[in-house]
Design a protein around this ligand. Structure first.
Ligand SMILES: [Mn+2]
Length: 312
């Protein structure tokens, strides 16, 4: 399916608390060129318009930083992803911070009206906060809450103003049912998120689960869980990997993650699901790195992804 892969760079870092994730996709491109990789050879790259200039303005939304700009990010992202899917392409997205993935899910929804979407979210974090619960106000901790359409008022800690509330309601797609979400590698959550994981009965395959059960058993279980979904989106935050086995070139590294080899095995199986229609890699941050190491790890994984897709 070589011709149908569409690389999409989404260089937004509006949702991150640390600067530099907007350079992640280009850091991978640089790694590819310096290693004479064929990954991007003769392939077009679509670039989503970014709104990172909002970072140079005063933030007036302490519990959802730059949410005004994030509305633009979601709109631009959704349009680009929806267009690629409508053209029967497989979007292979390399994005900055993970928040824009909420826009990706919106785009998948708009290109597939009425279809039931399954999401496999590989991440150290559950990204379940809302402006009502976030301790940091960083939007990259909220994309899954936008997809599920949850506020989690039971765990409310912030009193938000009406502009934040209205903007938040616009970000929410509610495109995802809780039972159609599968986490992998989540190991750093806060109590507000734990509340949702428990009450919504969200499934997480921990690193230990994958090691003790084996990848194939876990994949069989995921396939069964998502049997009622029509299409599947895979979202891969590089912080799902162990920083000591990869690099600290990501915004919020957490020890105890997957190895790159485990990730390759997992992604291969997920990509071979006939229903999988898009994959996204996020949170490479060369500003936090030593000699672009995380981008090199990501490059190796992306080469594997393309190989699998070409054989699919
Ligand atoms: Mn993360």
């Amino acid at each position: 399916m070589k011709s149908s892969i569409q690389f999409i760079f989404n260089n937004s870092e509006l949702g991150a608390g640390t600067r530099g994730a907007s350079l992640g996709a280009n850091a991978i491109l640089v790694a590819a060129r310096s290693k004479a990789s064929l990954l991007f050879k003769n392939r077009s790259i679509q670039t989503v318009k970014n709104f990172n200039e909002f970072l140079d303005r005063e933030n007036t939304f302490p519990f959802a930083k730059h949410i005004d700009g994030m509305l633009d990010v979601f709109e631009a992202t959704s349009k680009e992803i929806s267009n690629a899917l409508t053209e029967k392409k497989f979007p292979l997205i390399i994005a900055g911070d993970h928040c824009s993935a909420g826009g990706t899910i919106k785009g998948i929804q708009s290109a597939n009206p009425g279809k039931r979407i399954g999401v496999v979210w590989l991440d150290a974090h559950s990204d379940l906060h809302s402006p009502y619960t976030s301790p940091s106000g960083n939007l990259h901790g909220m994309p899954i809450a936008t997809a599920l359409g949850v506020d989690n008022l039971e765990s409310q800690r912030n009193n938000i103003d009406s502009i934040t509330a209205n903007s938040w309601n616009k970000l929410k797609s509610s495109a995802l049912r809780p039972e159609d979400l599968v986490y992998m590698g989540v190991r750093d959550t806060e109590k507000e998120e734990d509340y949702l994981i428990q009450t919504l009965n969200l499934k997480n395959f921990t690193v230990e689960d994958v090691r003790s059960l084996g990848i194939s058993k876990v994949i069989t279980d995921i396939s069964a869980r998502l049997v009622s979904c029509d299409i599947i989106y895979v979202s891969f935050d590089v912080d799902s990997m162990d920083p000591d086995l990869t690099s600290y070139g990501t915004g919020t590294p957490v020890k105890g993650g997957f190895s790159p080899e485990e990730i390759k095995g997992i992604l291969k199986c997920l990509l071979l699901f006939p229903k999988t229609i898009a994959l996204e890699l996020v949170e490479v941050n060369p500003c936090l790195d030593d000699k672009n190491k995380m981008a090199e790890v990501a490059l190796d994984i992306l080469e594997h992804i393309v190989e699998v897709l070409e054989q699919k």
